[in-house]
Structures are given as C-alpha cells and as structure tokens.
Design a protein around this ligand. Structure first.
Ligand code: 2HG
Ligand code: ZN
Length: 474
C-alpha cells in the first residue's frame, strides 16, 4: 500500500528533476487535480515535469523505494478521471508534457519514434512534414498526448480504416514501477520473439508502467478524399449503407459516423459557425469519408454513384457530397462539435459502449426505451463511430429539468444500459477506458478469470501498487 511522501522524499523527487521542473504552490497545482469533465477534484503535494526518460526512471525508483503513489498525466482529456490524483493529497503527479520530441522519423520504414508528451496533433504534423500520415484522429487531438492515447488505447474517427492506437504501435519505451527502463523501441512489422510485452502497457492507463516513447506506424498521405453528409431514416438503413460501402469502397472507407437529429440540432444551436448543409431534416445523419493515396481515384464519383443507388433503393433520404475543402471541414465540424454542444445544453449521462456492428440498431432501440423509462427528464443523444460499433449513447438533461435529480438517475440507467451491452456481447468502455469512473462496473462485469489474470499482472509489474492506484483495478 502506498503511503504519504515524507518531506525527504519530496525533496529528493524535486532534486531528481531540478529547479523549474516541479510545482508545489496551490495555484500551480490546480490544473493537475481536476479532470476534464470536472467529475473529480483530487489533491497532490507535488507535480513533477521530467525532461527525459532518465528523469522518469529516477522518479519512479524513489517512489518505489519509498512506496509513494504516482499518477501519470498527459493532456488531461480522459473521460474517466484516469489522470487525476485522489483526494488523499499523497499522490505525486507526473506530467509528461516536457517529453515532447520526435526522436526519429523513418519515411522509408513508414514509422516514427515520438515521446509520450507530444500532442497527437504534433505527431500528425511531424508525419505530414515527411509526406506520411499518422492516422489516429480525434476531437481533442490538439491537447491529448501520445502517452495518454496509448494508455487509453484511443479510438476516434478513422478506426474503421486504420484501427485503434494499439494497432498503430511497433514498439514502446516504458519505465517500470521500480525505475527500470524497458527499451522496446523496435520498428519492425514482424517480430515473433516471445510474449508481446508492449501490448500490456497499451490501454493500462498508467497502472503497469509509464510509457515514455513509442515507435508508431505511418501510412501514405491521402491524395484524394470524398466527404459526404447523408440523411437516413433509421440506424438499420445506416447499417445497410455501411455494409454496401465496405464492399464497394473496401479500405478506402475511412470514416462512418452516426448522429441523431437532436445531436445535429444542438450543435447548430450552440456552436458558432455550424450549419446543417442538408436541405431536409432527417432522423439520423451520417458523416462518411473515403480516402486514397491515389490522386486519380475519383472517389467523389464512386461515392456519388453509391449514394445515388442507395437513394433509388430508398436506403437514404438525402445526401450532400462536399465539393470543396471548406465544405468538408464544415461537415467535420458538425460531427466533432457534438460533445461541446451537449455540454452547453446541460448535464449529460455518458455511455461509451460498443456492440457488434450488426447489433447497433437493436441496441439503439432497446437502449432508448430504457432511457424513456428510467430518465423521463432526459433525451437520448446517441452518436458516434457506427463503423466500429461504438456509440456514445449519451443522455442530455431536458431544458428546465433539475440537474441534480437528472444526474441521480444516472446510476440505475447505467446498470440497465450495461446489462443490455452485456446481453449483446458488447463492451462497457469502447474507447475511453475505465479510469476511476468505471472501476466498480468493470470489476463486477468482467470475466473473473480474466480479471484475476489482470490482478496477477498488476502484482507482478507493480508489487507495491504505486502506479495510478484506484484506476482500472480498484
Ligand atoms: C467523440 O467521439 C468523443 O466525439 C467524445 O469520443 C464522446 O463526449 C462524448 O461522449
Ligand atoms: Zn468517440
């Protein structure tokens, strides 16, 4: 069990990074103790900002010896409070933002080695500068850091084509709980030497080790893109179109996002510069994007043909294909601003779930019935990555409803939604992780043997329990 750090330990930790690389004044600590969704307010005696892997190693060696808890902190965009210290005031925060270098980019190998504190946008820009693509893409990419993306196995809007963060990793450098450095920055596509140890640290939310750098896969830059906003009557029609496009466009289908009418309505209402480009309203909207590295691919023609055929087959109601980059960006802004619009609208209950893609219409129907029954003062704003079977099945407080009463209905609703997810063979956390928020639900629903294996791994890699205690396995 970790214990509060003594003054000697705190002094030693400060000395490990040097003057200017730590904070302990309350005003400076503030951004590090509140999570992005403001669900938690913790406390910490010290924030450390190491500059390199050697300093992270020194810090962990001290914390391990003295049994002091450490909370790794990236861009603080976790939806589950994964990077926030608890209320005890005894957990040290380890900010990774000064480890932000691109160590090496090998264009011929389609790979790059970046440090954990690089923002996702910085990593994307580095790849672009070498005429390559780093394809992970999500709304918070300007703030979210690579270390956090790895630690939560982030998803986003291009998973359909490129996979999640785990699929984009060739190698990792990780500092273990006792300060030892695992130097696994290989840039190989094929390497069958023993267990896939790096994979353990991806999605572990800083509970098994601190990722300091990663070798990431790169791809060709798209040279042709077709983007469309499409109106459909039902999730089933959306699913039918997804199946058809996967068969005709293959890997070129990069994005297939679903939004209900209410999400579009709220976004147009609250977010400046957002409009609905479709002439008529639809019950559901799709943001679809095809990309190809071949500039002669004529993707707009392919997408137009497919959508025309889908209209003839009454699969879709209305569609608009972007004819300029500005139009495509406006469609993207509509989709990416939904979380912001929901925030402006009032309190919300969030469920980041996934089910097999074929079960999404069924999930939406049964899940909406649960919301109507259990949260009569809420409206379903269930949107997200239909191409991955991942919905943000959120519920927004109806205008004028009492926020506290609305939020109190969150727990019974969450149980009912997660029961439905379990029945459909889904996941209670598709892309946001467990953090602190979902530890109880995770522990009660995970396969007991799998959970026991996870606890064994935690015990083996972090025997003193100093790494991000209270997260994932509480
Ligand atoms: C998205 O897909 C993000 O926009 C945020 O994962 C989802 O706010 C949410 O629930
Ligand atoms: Zn998402």
């Amino acid at each position: 069990m970790p214990r509060p750090p003594s003054q000697d330990t705190l002094n030693e930790l400060k000395a490990a990074v040097g003057i200017g690389s730590w904070f302990d004044a309350p005003a400076d600590l503030e951004p590090f103790v509140v999570d992005f969704r403001r669900l938690y307010r913790g406390a910490t005696p010290l924030v450390l900002l190491p500059r390199d892997t050697a300093e992270v190693s020194k810090i962990l060696a001290v914390c391990h010896r003295d049994e002091v808890a450490v909370v790794p902190y990236g861009g603080n965009t976790s939806y589950c409070g994964a990077a926030t210290p608890d209320e005890s005031g005894s957990q040290i925060v380890l900010s990774m933002r000064r480890l932000h270098h691109v160590r090496r980019l090998d264009a011929a190998n389609f790979s790059m080695i970046v440090e954990a504190g690089c923002t996702l946008a910085e990593a994307q820009a580095a790849a672009r500068g070498a005429d390559r693509l780093f394809p992970l893409s999500l709304g918070s990419e300007g703030t979210a850091q690579i270390g956090g993306n790895l630690s939560t196995n982030a998803g986003g809007t291009a998973v359909l084509r490129y996979g999640m963060m785990r699929d984009l990793v060739l190698g990792l450098e990780v500092v273990l709980a006792d300060g030892r450095v695992m130097s696994g920055l290989k840039s190989l596509r094929k390497d069958n030497t023993g267990y896939d140890v790096k994979s353990l640290f991806i999605g572990a939310e800083g509970t098994l080790g601190v990722i300091t750098a990663a070798c990431l896969k790169l791809f060709p830059q798209p040279a042709d893109t077709a983007t469309a906003l499409v109106g459909v009557d039902s999730p089933q029609h959306a699913l039918d179109l997804l199946g058809r496009l996967r068969c005709t466009a293959g890997d070129q289908l990069t994005t297939f996002e679903l939004m209900p009418q209410l999400a579009v309505e709220l976004t147009v209402k609250y977010v400046r510069g957002v409009a609905n480009p479709l002439g008529q309203e639809a019950a559901w909207y799709l943001l679809i994007e095809l990309t190809s590295p071949n500039p002669q691919e004529n993707l707009a023609v392919l997408l137009t043909d497919q959508l025309q055929q889908a209209a003839v087959d009454t699969m879709i109601k209305d569609a608009m294909i972007a004819t300029s980059i500005a139009q495509a960006m406006a469609m993207w802004k509509l989709r990416e601003s939904v979380p912001e619009a929901q925030r402006h609208h009032g309190a919300s209950l969030k469920h980041d779930i996934s089910v097999p893609i074929s079960s999404v219409p069924n999930f939406i129907e049964e899940g909406s019935a649960l919301v109507h029954r259990l949260v009569p003062d809420g409206d379903v704003v269930g949107y997200g990555h239909l191409g991955d079977g991942n919905l943000h099945f959120n519920v927004s407080q109806r205008p004028g409803a009492d926020a506290a009463a609305f939020l109190r209905r969150g727990e019974p609703l969450e149980h009912a939604i997660f029961d439905l997810v379990d029945r459909l063979g889904g996941s209670i956390s598709a892309e946001h992780g467990i953090g602190r928020l979902k530890t109880a639900q995770f522990a009660s629903r995970a396969d007991p043997v799998e959970l026991a294996v996870m606890r064994d791994l935690k015990g083996a890699l972090d025997p003193k329990g100093i790494l991000n205690p209270g997260k994932v396995l509480a």
